[in-house]
Design a protein around this ligand. Structure first.
Ligand code: NAD
Length: 503
């Protein structure tokens, strides 16, 4: 059977390369449950070859003036728009998210490319004329050299572009290790970057699992690693990369809460929640899987409105234009979600809507999971403490604003959070005090725009620099500061044994 399967190659030095490893990962079509391709896992030597190519190519790329680097980004953006439909279909066929949502995935990456088009401005240094007598101080942001990105399955277009868009615009060469579950779009992105005029070797894609990640983390010529994935692996990547002397940012999992104040517009909340909890089958790090109504009256009204909204959700194949969400990525992921639902029942939460056992006619082997709703979830339950990453909404009831505020604040994850209210004072207070990195006020999925910056707190992110925006430019560059003096020959030398001051 493997003879007939499509194979997904590596991309090194500007061309597709067949790995000699003999190790592969299965890429499923989640709509049918069948393996549709297999992805070749790179050997350590192949990864080292990618780094060699990148190292050689980076010198010329860094010396290319920033306007010319930006022009590659402008052209890449045009090509993404040209190929949007094709890319979205490919993405949807491996991930399972519906076509419109797949376009959103690409569009969100494209917006980072738009930001990267402004790199001549964003990468400018600072200058102080006359910091002392005849002395000027200026700084420049230089690229790091060869850098790498390791990405998760749930945004196979956006997250690679968060990383390589900014890193490459800054003059680095890049090694991308995308998720082995849906690796085809990242390869297409690399080909489009070449078509846009990027020199061969500046962007390389290697596939694999832990072994490829370790080879990247241990490689002495890779100077920075950006990781997005689950928290335990993020922490591991952070530690191992830092131990090897690299700059590391490692984004992890999430458990985002939506606080619903008694004065919120509940119709709006239910509409927002349906999309934020169940869209993309709940597999978004900025999904809203926990809703916290404040007061029993709010909870009762919210539950009453949620039930018909959940019943109206259409689960379908990812190409169904009417479907709200499609299948999850693999059978293992489906089993994990269903196990969490059983655990929630065993822990004593009230399972109001049970999405297990969902079957789509004609696609009985697809990885579909119906929507689920739990009520009366408690903070000591594992199903609350851990990330489920599926179409499961959990309701926790709080008696007061203060109690509601403490839930996301004390949770191990701190990626995103939302508050729904008409009270500006409550919203302002919430935003200032909550211990979470990204806050939505009447916005259910507060993913910041590309020229701002994305990053959670606590176990949702290790390292201290965010993705994209100016934080991204900071992560992918190092600052050099120059203090220069052009003496006119008349000054006395001063006391050279005292630390110089400008006073
Ligand atoms: P994952 O952690 O399983 O995989 C992420 C990457 O790590 C992949 O490239 C994978 O090949 C690699 N990997 C897998 N096992 C490894 C191991 N043992 N050692 C080293 N590397 C390994 O994550 P996933 O299932 O692909 O993605 C879902 C997770 O990503 C969720 O937890 C989600 O919340 C998180 N996520 C976070 C953000 C964010 O910005 N905070 C964004 C998107 C997704």
């Amino acid at each position: 059977m493997s003879g007939t399967l499509r194979e997904i190659d590596l991309f090194i030095g500007g061309e597709t390369v067949r790995s000699i490893s003999g190790r592969f990962g299965d890429v499923f079509n989640p709509n049918t449950g069948k393996v549709q391709a297999r992805v070749q896992f790179a050997t350590d030597a192949e990864i080292a070859r990618a780094v060699e190519n990148a190292k050689a190519a980076q010198i010329g790329w860094a010396a290319t003036n920033p306007q010319r680097r930006a022009r590659v980004m402008f052209e890449f953006k045009r090509l993404l728009e040209r190929d949007m439909d094709k890319l979205a279909e490919l993405l949807s066929s491996e991930h399972g998210k519906v076509i419109a949502d797949s376009k959103g995935d690409i569009q969100r990456g494209l917006e980072v490319i738009e930001f990267a088009c402004g790199i001549p401005h964003a990468q400018k240094g600072e200058h102080t004329q006359g910091a002392g007598p005849g002395i000027d101080v200026y700084s420049m942001r230089q690229p790091l050299g060869v850098v790498a990105g390791i990405t998760p399955f749930n945004f196979p277009a956006m997250i690679p572009m968060w990383m390589f868009g900014v890193a490459i615009a800054c003059g680095n060469a890049f090694i991308l290790k995308p998720s082995e579950r849906d690796p085809s779009v990242p390869i297409e992105l690399a080909k489009l970057m070449m078509e846009a005029g990027l020199p061969a070797g500046v962007l390389n894609v290697v596939h694999g699992d832990k072994s490829a990640v370790d080879a990247i983390l241990d490689h002495a010529d890779i100077h920075a690693v950006s990781f997005v994935g689950s928290s335990d692996i993020a922490h591991y990547v952070y530690q191992r990369g830092a131990a090897a002397g690299k700059r590391v940012q490692a984004m992890g999992g999430a458990k985002n809460h939506g606080i619903v104040m008694p004065d919120a517009d509940l119709d709006q909340v239910v509409n927002d929640l349906a999309g934020a909890a169940f869209g993309s089958a709940g597999a978004r790090c900025m999904a809203l899987p926990v809703v916290v109504p404040v007061g029993d009256k709010t909870a009762a009204k919210l539950r009453e409105k949620l039930l018909p909204a959940i019943a109206a959700l259409r689960v379908g194949v990812s190409t169904d234009a009417e479907a709200h969400y499609g299948p999850v990525v693999t059978a293992a992921h489906k089993a994990k979600i269903e196990n969490y639902i059983q655990m929630g029942v065993d822990e004593g939460a009230e399972l109001v809507v049970d999405g297990r056992g969902f079957s789509l006619q004609g696609h009985e082997d697809g990885f579909f999971v119906g929507p689920s709703l739990f009520d009366r979830v408690k903070t000591n339950m594992r199903t609350y403490q851990e990330e489920i990453f599926g179409p499961v909404l959990q309701m926790l009831r709080a008696d007061s604003f203060e109690e509601a505020l403490q839930l996301p604040t004390q949770h191990q994850y701190g990626n995103g959070v939302a508050i729904f209210t008409r009270n500006g004072h409550a919203a302002r207070e919430f935003a200032a005090r909550v211990n979470v990195g990204m806050v939505g006020i009447n916005v259910p999925i507060p993913v910041p725009v590309a020229y701002h910056t994305f990053g959670g707190w606590k176990r949702s992110a290790f390292g201290d620099t965010n993705q994209h925006g100016m934080e991204g430019v900071k992560f992918w560059t190092k600052v050099k500061t120059i203090t220069q003096r052009w003496p006119d020959g008349s000054a006395d030398g001063g006391n050279a044994f005292v630390i110089p001051t400008m006073g």
